[in-house]
Design a binder for this molecule. Sequence first.
Ligand SMILES: [Zn+2]
Length: 621
Amino acid sequence: MQLNIKIKVLPILIFALVFFMYQETPAQKKKPQGETATVEVKPVPPDINYSVSMSKPWTHLLEVEMRLNWANMPEIAEIKMPVWTPGSYLIREYARHVQDFAVKNPSGNALDWQKINKNSWQIDTRGAKEIVVSYKVYANELTVRTNELNADHAFFNNAALLMFPKGELNAPSTINVLPFGNWKVATGLPKVEGQTNTFRAENFDVLYDSPFEVGNFTEAPFTVDGVPHRYVFEGEGNYDAEKITRDTAKIVEQSKAIFGELPYKDYLFIVNLRSGGGGLEHLNSTALQWQKFGFKPEARYTAFLNLVAHEIFHVWNVKRIRPDALGPFDYENENYTKLLWVAEGATAYYEGVLLRRADLISDKEILDGKARLIEQLQARPGRFETSLEDSSFDAWIKYYRQDENSVNNQISYYDKGEVVNFLLDLEIRTASGGAKSLDDVMRFLYDEFSKKNKNFTPADYQKISETMAGKSLDDFFTKYVRGTADIDYNAIFSGIGVQLETGEEGIKQAYLGGTLAETDGRLTVRAVPADTPAYQFGLNINDQIVAIDGNRASQTFLQSHLTGKKPGEKIKLTIFRFDELREIEVTLGGRAKSDYKIVPVENPTDEQKRLYREYLKAELQ
Ligand SMILES: [Zn+2]
């Protein structure tokens, strides 16, 4: 930069040159000063101790005290609350739940403070080297990335609870939890010896990566190769802890087989049993949420194991194998990466891979699952609008903020990411004659990037995949990763002797299109995918369909009415839009009932049979 300035300035008037040279002088003098300073004095990080209490759980208020002891305490100290938590790519504005903020010096005198933006508090320390910040956080939202405190338990994510001193994210800290009554405390953080419920974090990336469960949970410990693992289940449910730990151990073993080691000293699964499902990955723990009675029948249990496998694979992929922008983290802004299709898509892909290798599902179940996923992808007009890289990059404003138009302008980097990583694995296996696979790509990223503390880029992922395949994959990445080309599945599937059947060659039946929902006898439009008759003839989101060809509208009536129609015939819809009655005439489209399946090709070669067997541990039949 300085050299460029000089070249531009030289032809100009001499006094200007002199002026610029003068400007550079202080910088030239500063340089040796800076070097001397870093050698002699290492900045002392603040000593940070948090206490988290919950004296009145029914109020949903977690009480935080942050004791900051710092030789370099600035006159004006700045304390900040994260706006998001890693793994969940949405600005959540955790500071909105903060109340009763106060600061004291060690003598107990209140210090002045002011908020300077949505998540920053400025404190006039008046020369104090120790300050005590206290505040409460309203915690009444049970998801894997928020906090909940109620009469039954506490679950909290530290990014949504604990503030940090500006610019000191490398500082270590301790956290002392004061549970309500006789509640127990579980976290992935290591304990401070000799102190009750006190834990240590080496820096804020570790602190913010370690959720807590506090309550009367049920514990289920087990080991894998001598490494302690444990489940804590909060809430009642129809789970079989012994079966879950046994199956989880098999999944962990299969993950370890890919990477060669378990990269943690111990691992914790926090399971909150309530409704819904979901998980958030952490360095040596995971927070899972599952339906209380969602462990039966077998298909629901398998879905739970998929979630478990997903979070275990994340131990490597994303927590340690880190995409360019994901770690160290900026907790105050969006962290943009084009690689969520690898971070999430490859992880979603490995759910099935790990379950198959652990013999917890069959080869047919894997292929049936992929066929359903492909069917959903092919039904989304958004696949022609957004590439995997763009979908990853815009997660902050799109994937986490879906609306009725998402089907038309977006794809999921989870779903298409899973499909494309599946295809990439097959490409590598086929091109290398079975010598290499996506496992080798993952292992390379772990050995050559993660262990060397390097993040990887989109170009790295392509290059490593090409090295393993032994050929260029530029066409594949250009079309399916950076581009929006429709995927030629069968060209890739043939490598392992299978093909995709869509069932779309059958008799075409009349259809309207559009996603409709019926509640309390009202039939309402929820989404209108592009290229459907509903889209073409102007049906809108939130239109309430009251009559179809003069008959009271309902899902049941519409279905039976359509069976009596042919593609190309018209129907009349009477709708309420903005409380006004109006009529729309729609010419019905025609489509065959799709039924996607992945089936063996006719007369597979020995090579196809061998690659199928090596991939899915079963015979092609
Ligand atoms: Zn994930």
